[in-house]
Design a protein around this ligand. Sequence first.
Ligand code: BMA
Length: 908
Amino acid sequence: MTRNRMQNFSSYCLLNILISVVISGAIEISLFDGWTVTNGNQSIQIHNEQIPSGIYTALEHANITDSVLNSYNDVNLRWIAKDKWKYSVNFGVTEELLNHSQILLVFHGIDTIANITINSQELLPNPNNMFVRYRYNVRDKLITSNNYLEIQFQSPIDAAKQYAAENTFTPPECPPNVYHGECHMNQLRKMQASFSWDWGLAAPSMGIWKPVVLEVYDTAIIRDVTFSLHSLEDQWQVDLSIYLESGVGSQTPRSVEGYLFIDLMDVPETPIIEKHVLISKTTDDSFKETITFSVPKHLVELWWPNGFGNQTLYRLNVTWLGENRDIYTNEIKQIPIEYLRSKKVVRVGFRTVELLEDKTDTGNLFYFKVNDVPIFMKGTNMIPTDILPENMFDNEKIEYLILSAKEAHMNSIRVWGGGVYESDYFYDLADEHGILIWQDMMFACAMYPVYPSFLKSVELEIVQNVRRLQHHPSILLWAGNNENEAALIQNWYGTRREQPRFIQEYVQLYRDVIEKAVVENDQWHIWLYSSPSNGNQSQQVINENPQDNNHGDVHFYNYILDAWTPNIFPKARFISEYGFQSVPSMHSLEQTMYSTDSIGDLIGHRQHFPFGSIPITTAINRNFKLPKKTDSNYWDAYIYFSQINQAMSTKIETETYRVGRFFEWKTMGALYWQLNDVWTAPSWSSIEHNGNFKLLQYWAKEFFAPTHVVAHIDPLDKLNVFIIKDTIGRAPTLNLFLRIYNWSSLKPVLQRSFVISMPEKFVERVIHENLNDFLNDAITKENSFMNFELRDKTNGELLSTNFLLLDKFKNSKQITNPQLQYNITNEHCNSKTNLHSATIEISVSAPTIFTYIKIKILQIETYKLSKNGFIQLTSKDLVTISFYNRNCAMAFTNDDIQILTVNDFLTT
Ligand code: BMA
């Protein structure tokens, strides 16, 4: 994937060359290019750096260091984060520009503790929150010819240490040693995972991660537009809040006067609203105007989550036209229109969302309805798209992740609280593809300070980000934090000795500051204090047991029990995190290693989980037999088995939750941990850092299928087969085929078919029989397994396939050498796009377990197979492969791949 650093922002200004463009109406000048980056003792100077830029990226661009993601560079390059760095730029402005009333220097994102001067004058306040936009009035500080802007960054490691020493004890102080991380991340309003996590490296960057611009205008500009809907009988009532800005601090005028025009552009039948307004300043220096109007329901289509309908979006254009007057003296003045006008277009969708928590005998349900339809939320949790924040605007990468989720039939993603509020583009794509976003606020696995300036900064962070993101139809809810309530109440970080203080501080932060800021800016979305928590019915900020299966959402991790057995999983309402680690492919590991590195040591170094790889190895040993550590195929086998175990355990767990909707506890959400990775390391991800799918991602497409067949054996040895149908509308009549195979033959030993007319229900149990009734001399648990196929009876379309193992592979008898052979055919390469694809034809003579295509060539970074890790039950099967950026002159041959199967390890 290529890096595309500025796609999300307009970038128009080269050093000392000013190109003014009308963006959102006001004149905006981007200070994009020509920055110099210098370290503390000035021994390093990098010229012509472009914004967004962080220090690790700048050094890599200048060929001073290699990537922090390679080899042991996470530790070896730590000196970067311990130094102080300066970003500086020279720029000129025209005489004409200096005549305008408002000239603001706007930093959309500074990472993190910085001091800014322009022409040697300090700009205050000093930035200390990377999630906040900082604006400075520079009208009186600018000169025409050569302005000098300098941003001095303090090492975040030092700053965190210093704040921790100055403030009251706020645990956890340091991450576990195996993280190779840094301490006191919670002291800074910086991406929490940048100091290390159990899946990620520490790369505590410094820099400018979003654009720096000069905003020039004479009246006001529109910063944000928030949008809320009320569903009335045949109308949508739309409530808009329009937030304007004019200057900052004492230079903000007391009021602004002008016209607002509201145009729902894609619904020409709705009239353009024009309103003359005189708006007074609010306490936060903005100017808020609310406008309510209605849209007849028949004129617009609903917006639906993926799998339930279309994602129809409408552009809403809000334009401001200020009066031709001086904003301070009110004197009439001739002002060019571009300095009076500001425009903001947001895309909106028409949908309702509700959280339902109906009372039951044991507690409360917890589920969401969109447009009155209960939605089983299928999806995953997302960690930051990159460990370096300036790289989070790689739109190709964002698109790849969202499309991969969509392809796997997901309808939801939780943006986890240890990362960042993602880019506008991320939420735009979620809107377009129907991915509901559970949005955490950026607080994770820690207690946080509550001193007044910290809380003020948090308040600003929440207000700005809620106003920025609120209009997206994909946003489902805001949640205050990740696991901080559970951590506090279960004493994860030694808070018990001062529990009353920590409880009081928790309430202060999440209720009095964050919730208040959310509600003041957005009453349309659902608010939850934490994940996991007990939902809203409990009406508690802190609950006795945030992990209560009968209330709200839970996070469930199991590293001890056998996760291939469904009955170990909680009977919970909504599981917003669960997952298993695996090791990334050899192909990806080799891309990140130096030739001198040993693979085992590197995996060990990058395994941050405090129990190490013990859970992975234990699970592998439960089901497979690893080669000896000294054997040459040990790591290949380990990687392969770890990925099977992850895929299989997550499949069984997810299917258990999907089936849970059938039972009285009515599970209504399964978001596995985690979609993506920030580097190539053992982790819970289903997509590796370079975009390659682990087996789990291939399998997710199957276990999240909208219409799906699931078979489980319950503790009483009963075979239960369920049909799940997530879609709305009548389901077709279905054909269910149950086949039993011996491991030794491609011919089923038993076949039964059922005709099922699916009722309106979303889950139905269609078989509930003793397993023993299927067994006999020819069909034993050790020599057989079951296969299921679900088809549309009318047109034969295959809707879902599944399998059920009756025993552990280790105990199985008759697993046969399948005489696997493969051949590459149909190779195509488009020399313009370099899009290269081929078909892998695989022939076998016996059931072949979890056929795994391993790519050996390193010249391609990302590849995608049509499936992987599948049970092959036909003598010939075809898998297509596509890869990017591979030179067409290089043929793709049999030697470029290797195929592993479980059979290889069980038959001798
Ligand atoms: C949960 C998450 C993350 C973590 C994951 C795996 O606790 O919220 O903090 O990475 O589990 O341990």
